[in-house]
Design a protein around this ligand. Structure first.
Ligand SMILES: Nc1ncnc2c1ncn2[C@@H]1O[C@H](COP(=O)(O)OP(=O)(O)O)[C@@H](O)[C@H]1O
Ligand SMILES: [Mg+2]
Length: 242
């Protein structure tokens, strides 16, 4: 079942209002979809258009069959879409626990907040072990997992992840990719992610898109794209390695 449908969306920033030039992307329930493509292709812009930071000038964005294009970010969030942006978005001076509670600030019910926090702690035990430590003491990968944990406090139906492995050492990046895989496999979460590390992104994804100049240039099963010579040439370092 299709949960997210982006149809012929045009969106951008002043003065370049056509960064996305009529893009089409869809994600099914429980699917892990990865977008790859060169810098400036519009990958982050797609996520911003979904989460309501940018208003499309044309086209449609449907979530669960309902139009969310142009809806305010807080309302998109309430529809069940959480966005973990590029870079660091945890609060370094706050503890893990405080960061997690920030994720659920919309919830007035304290018991419900605690219940959700316990669920996230169960999934990522190191967050529980270090719940009273400042997030700023964490490695980049641990902060990223904390950001994912914070997003889960909203019990979203879908998570948008923008370059979760950016700037991470290979071993930490691997842990982050494992975490993303477990979101899908253990929670049945629907994920749309952007990755500059095309090989690792495709390795965990069900399906993928290659974006170029604001449109979807290629689309298909991630495994198929991994062995597509056009993708290999441009995004996997020129040769097909396992
Ligand atoms: N906040 C912004 N204001 C103006 N232009 C922007 C902004 N963010 C991105 N752009 C432009 O939009 C285009 C696509 O950017 P982006 O979606 O961030 O690409 P990607 O994530 O694929 O690297 C680029 O040309 C970039 O310069
Ligand atoms: Mg980007």
């Amino acid at each position: 079942m299709m949960i997210l449908e982006i149809k012929n969306v045009v969106a951008g920033y002043l003065p370049d209002v056509n960064v996305l030039q009529g893009i089409n992307i869809h994600v099914s329930q429980g699917e892990l979809v990865c977008m790859i493509g060169p810098n400036g292709a519009g990958k982050s812009t797609v996520l911003r258009a979904i989460s309501g930071i940018l208003k499309p000038s044309q086209g449609e964005i449907l979530f669960g069959g309902k139009s969310i294009g142009g809806l305010r970010p807080d309302l998109v969030l309430r529809q069940g879409i959480a966005h973990v942006p590029q870079g660091h978005s945890s609060f370094p001076e706050m503890t893990v626990k405080e960061n997690m509670l920030m994720g659920a600030y919309v919830l007035n019910n304290r018991a419900e907040r605690e219940r959700r926090m316990d669920k996230v702690y169960e999934m990522f035990p190191f967050l529980k072990e270090r719940k009273n430590e400042k997030a700023g003491n964490f490695s980049g990968g641990q902060q990223k997992i904390l950001e994912v944990g914070r997003a889960l406090m909203l019990e979203p139906k879908m998570i948008l992840l923008d370059e979760p492995s950016l700037g991470l050492a290979p071993i930490t990046a691997k842990q982050v990719f494992e975490t993303i895989k477990s979101l899908k496999n253990e929670m049945g979460m629907t994920v749309l992610m952007v990755e500059q590390n095309a090989k690792s992104g495709l390795a965990i994804a069900d399906r993928a898109y290659v974006l170029e100049l604001g449109v979807e240039r290629l689309e298909g099963p991630a495994q198929t794209l991994l062995s597509d010579p056009r993708v290999a040439e441009l995004y996997l370092g020129g040769t097909l390695k396992s």
